[in-house]
Design a binder for this molecule. Structure first.
Ligand code: SAM
Ligand code: CA
Length: 220
């Protein structure tokens, strides 16, 4: 036992999922279809999807935002837990990726809740702000291109209400953030983002070692 977060080897990860993962068949099928794609590792892990669904339940979020949708696993994990009048604005730049999501969203009965906006997400977020939606979102998930994380966060913070929750993915970047030999653009952008979060007085903060690292920021 220790007073620091436990490291998970394969056996312990398998144990964790065996006693806690409740992945519904539709999410499992979407994960299996995505696994055949070369970009499959962009998808969040199933236990992270379950955790984000729990966050939606805990916070009672209704109006949600996603920046980086890919084949729709995280969007479906969130939307399954929304109330009947819940909505998700899903931002992505790729029709190809998001077209794979649509049959699953339909089958799950959440397609009507999802407003998919194809285009550079910074533009989509600026359009939401210009359209008067500042301060109206309850929950946001940031998981698109890493070099724009700070820009996404500033806009998501504007768009969230006081008390709203912003989740940011890949903040541990497979450990590269702590490896001084790794200085590519994505790694440096995530380091810069993490530093900025650590001193941002506008939020309450926690960084969780789930998946590839997930930062939770609650707007004060
Ligand atoms: N959240 C998704 C999931 O759980 O399956 C994974 C998202 S994946 C890591 C990142 C996504 O961001 C890709 O689908 C990519 O097309 C999208 N993306 C990359 N650059 C973007 C941009 N400038 N604007 C909007 N989306 C972008
Ligand atoms: Ca991710």
């Amino acid at each position: 036992m220790s007073n620091r977060t436990i490291a998970l080897d394969d056996a312990l990860y398998d144990y964790l999922t065996s006693v806690s993962l409740r992945e519904p068949d539709i999410l499992k099928r979407l994960r299996e279809e995505t696994a055949a794609m070369p970009q499959h590792s962009m998808q969040i892990s199933p236990e992270q999807g379950q955790f984000m669904g729990l966050l939606v339940e805990l916070t009672g979020a209704k109006k949600c935002l996603e920046i980086g949708t890919f084949t729709g696993y995280s969007a479906l994990s969130v939307c399954r837990k929304l109330p009947d009048d819940g909505t998700l604005v899903a931002c992505d730049i790729s029709e190809d990726f998001t077209n794979r999501a649509k049959p699953y969203w339909q089958e799950a009965g959440v397609a009507d809740k999802i407003d998919l906006r194809i285009g550079p997400a910074l533009d989509t977020l600026d359009a939401l702000i210009a359209g008067g939606e500042k301060g109206t979102f309850d929950f946001a998930f940031i998981d698109a291109d890493k070099v724009n994380y700070l820009g996404y966060f500033q806009r998501a913070l504007d768009l969230c209400r006081q008390g709203g929750l912003i989740c940011v993915d890949n903040v541990l970047w497979s450990g590269a953030v702590a490896d001084p030999t790794r200085n590519d653009d994505d790694t440096q952008a995530i380091r810069t983002f993490n530093q900025a979060m650590s001193r941002d007085a506008r939020i309450s903060l926690s960084m969780l070692p789930i998946g590839d690292g997930l930062t939770l920021a609650r707007k004060r």
